[in-house]
Design a protein around this ligand. Structure first.
Ligand SMILES: N[C@@H](CCC(=O)N[C@@H](CS)C(=O)NCC(=O)O)C(=O)O
Length: 342
């Protein structure tokens, strides 16, 4: 009887899996291969994360995640087109099929990951909400913000988390909401509000755009968890796995000391079994994902490992100079961690 029950359970699971296989037969990847590029939803202007440079070319850590997925799929990081989206527009663009993924400072929350037909693939950047204030206000800590007027961007977790924070601390505030980050930042500069609030990364990014950045300080407190990461439509497991393992590949490459400079050299050696598996010299891990054998080589060669991408866009090699902090690897004081390739 026990045996019969477990056999039935196994059969049901197999039936569900095979049905799922039919329903989710990698339609997104097929369509992407047919059109020849990935359509990636990015920020409509956040330095370090997603912003056009002087030539109009999109740059940033979120943008590089899109390039990395293109390198994995096509062996060519340039095969990506960008759609710049405001916070309010982003989810509809993905739900409607206008874009193939969102890589745009978007917080992974339970409601976004369950009720919207969307699913997060990982965390590109661990963030949290902070406050940027005019030094004239004479405020040094978030708990001194009772009665403040606060510029916030519409359609964000910021609106909800700030409201929770003030309520929990018995404080009042007047929100002024804007559709874009630039409008919110201009609101602060023009004195329409005392405080600008958003993810801390966003505060640093907005501050460097200001005419007099030294007049504003970021308060030390972080009042929420904002794990930012890419997301895709629910229901296409193949595509979900590709986007998920692209980020994992970048993290694993950093952990193994594989860089854009040395990746080709490293790919030739099978001495270190972890490296041999990751770079395709051993096993069929690319094929399992419906990707080419050298998918990780192409990601790292053309885009970089996670640490290189971080430093170039938002770390020491950038104007933002954000420290690695929580975003250091797990074996280096942070919480960035990728499952092993095996
Ligand atoms: N991580 C939060 C906030 C994301 C967000 O949209 N932040 C703003 C302020 S930094 C932004 O990126 N704006 C860019 C724009 O729309 O111009 C979320 O997912 O809701």
């Amino acid at each position: 009887m026990k045996h019969l029950k477990s056999t039935l359970a196994a059969l049901t699971a197999a039936a569900v899996m095979s049905l799922a296989g039919v329903a989710h037969a990698g339609a997104t990847l097929d369509a992407i291969q047919k059109k020849g590029f990935i359509q990636c939803g990015v920020s409509d202007g956040l330095p370090g994360f997603g912003v056009p440079d002087a030539q109009g070319k999109m740059t940033g850590i979120d943008v590089d995640v899109c390039h990395a997925v293109a390198a994995a799929v096509f062996g060519d990081a340039s095969k990506v087109k960008f759609t710049q989206l405001t916070a309010k527009e982003r989810f509809t663009a993905l739900q409607s099929g206008e874009i193939d993924l969102i890589s745009r400072n978007t917080t992974w929350t339970s409601s976004r990951d369950s009720g919207m037909g969307l699913v997060f693939t990982g965390v590109t950047y661990y963030d949290g909400i902070g406050f940027l204030v005019n030094t004239k206000l004479g405020v040094a800590h978030a708990k001194e913000l009772d009665g403040a007027t606060i510029c916030i961007q519409a359609g964000t977790t910021t609106e909800l988390n700030v409201s929770d924070y003030f309520r929990a601390n018995g404080m009042k505030y007047t929100p002024i909401t804007f559709d874009t980050a630039d409008e919110s930042a201009k609101g602060l500069e023009a004195g329409r509000c005392d405080v600008l609030t958003t993810d801390q990364s966003g505060l640093y990014a907005q501050r460097i755009k200001m005419a007099h950045p030294a007049e504003f300080i970021v308060l030390p407190e972080v009042i929420s968890k904002e794990p930012l990461g890419p997301l895709v439509r629910k229901g296409d497991d193949d595509w979900f796995s590709i986007v998920k393992w692209t980020l994992f590949a970048m993290l694993n490459a950093e952990e193994m000391g594989i860089t854009a400079q040395n990746v080709e050299e490293q790919a030739k050696t099978t001495r270190n079994p972890d490296i041999a598996r990751l770079l395709g010299a051993d096993g069929e891990y690319g094929k399992d994902l419906k990707l080419r054998k050298d998918w990780v080589v192409q990601i790292v060669k053309q885009v970089g490992n996670y640490g290189e991408v971080f430093e170039r866009n938002i770390g020491q090699g950038s104007v933002l100079k954000i420290p690695r902090g929580l975003n250091a690897l797990w074996n280096n004081g942070g919480i960035q961690y990728a499952p092993p390739v095996r």
